[in-house]
Design a protein around this ligand. Structure first.
Ligand code: PLP
Length: 347
């Protein structure tokens, strides 16, 4: 069956007449105008005006860097907003379903619950790869979204290219590839495949490698048609002025981002070596991200011991296939040194 976006968009969204804001109706060309159209306070304090609802400056920079067009980008208040918009555009509550591949990012399931959409879970294989046959087996005509997190949180590994390709070719809904950790990965982003697959959505974020978790900026790349649907339903001013400014500054300073990423990767190697030498660490899983998942003898005990030493890690033991695992985010060189010293002292 050939992919047809019109069959995927919710009827109410297709029929929707979007809200038209003051900043939609008149787009400034940069000349000195007197703005009396949006009931703002006229006294300049840097943020007295509504922000650009389409974040044109930031999008134009991202488009240039990533080799896509501006009309293929939607920005949101974190990836979490972007993901929620995707549900609301494409999933009919109490009718449609989505597919997720646990152990994975918890928000996909929470958003399914919020939007009253069934989540069909298909466990990863024991080496944390998508089980393609099982996924296609549970897929039905109401399966609208398939979430692929690669590199995957909390396991850390990237999924095999051939498996993702097979899913992109066989799944009739949208395939959302969450690339929150792509800047740490040796693998190439799926962005370059947007032209090949009309059902592909790639999400990225400034929260991890870019060091801007506090400003909330999530990015969605997809076909112009998919982005047009999402633009119809997004809140008009969903990315605030301060966020747009800080994001722009940071993306312009790509050298510093690259330098920090390299330092995190070097530190990760040191952390892996140290963890590998500990008796209570039973297994270390391959990672392509800025964290390491480790199987230990007793995760609750080790978690508590670390907490007593003022170190907070994530206990992932409740996740399927992750019994007795702890997830360690890579910190600064000093933090990692302290962590390793504490781990070595643990009995
Ligand atoms: C951290 C993370 C995100 C980021 O979400 P934001 O809302 O952009 O901060 C997205 N996906 C995964 C898998 C993550 O681990």
């Amino acid at each position: 069956m050939k992919f047809n976006l019109n069959n995927i968009v919710r009827e109410s969204v297709r029929k929707l007449q979007p809200y038209s804001s003051a900043r939609d109706e008149y787009v400034s060309d940069g000349s000195e105008m007197i703005f009396l159209d949006a009931n703002e306070n006229p006294f300049d304090n840097g943020v007295n005006r509504y922000p650009d609802p389409y974040q044109r400056s930031l999008k134009s920079l991202l488009a240039e860097q990533k080799g896509v067009s501006e009309s293929q980008i939607l920005l949101g208040n974190g990836s979490d907003e972007v993901l929620d918009l995707i549900y609301r555009a494409f999933c009919e509550p109490n009718l449609d379903n989505i597919i997720t591949l646990p152990p994975t990012y918890g928000m996909y399931n929470v958003l399914a619950g919020i939007n009253s959409v069934e989540n069909k879970e298909v466990l990863l294989t024991t080496d944390f790869q998508p089980n393609v046959n099982e996924i296609l087996k549970v897929t039905d005509s109401n399966s609208k979204l398939l979430f692929i997190c690669s590199p995957n949180n909390p396991t850390g590994n990237s999924f095999k290219k051939e498996r993702i390709e097979k899913l992109l070719e066989s799944f009739n809904g949208l395939v959302v590839i969450d690339e929150a950790y792509i800047d740490f990965s040796k693998d190439e982003s799926w962005l370059s495949q947007l032209k090949t697959y009309p059902n592909l959505i790639v999400t990225q974020t400034l929260s991890k490698a870019y060091g801007l978790a506090g400003i909330r900026l999530g990015i969605c790349y997809a076909s112009e048609e998919i982005i047009a649907v999402l633009n119809k339903i997004k809140p008009p001013y969903n990315v605030n002025q301060l966020t747009q400014q800080r994001a722009l500054q940071r993306v312009l300073n790509q050298d510093l981002v690259d330098q920090e990423v390299q330092q995190i990767l070097d530190e990760r190697d040191g952390l892996i070596k140290a963890l590998d030498n500990l008796d209570f660490v039973k297994e270390l899983y391959p990672t392509d991200a800025n964290f390491v998942l480790a199987k230990v003898d007793d995760a609750n005990k080790r978690y508590q011991q670390l907490l007593e030493k003022q170190v907070v890690v994530r206990n992932r033991s409740t996740q399927p296939l992750c019994e007795n695992t702890l997830r360690f985010t890579v910190g600064t060189p000093l933090e990692n040194k302290k962590l390793i010293a504490i781990l070595k002292e643990m009995k």
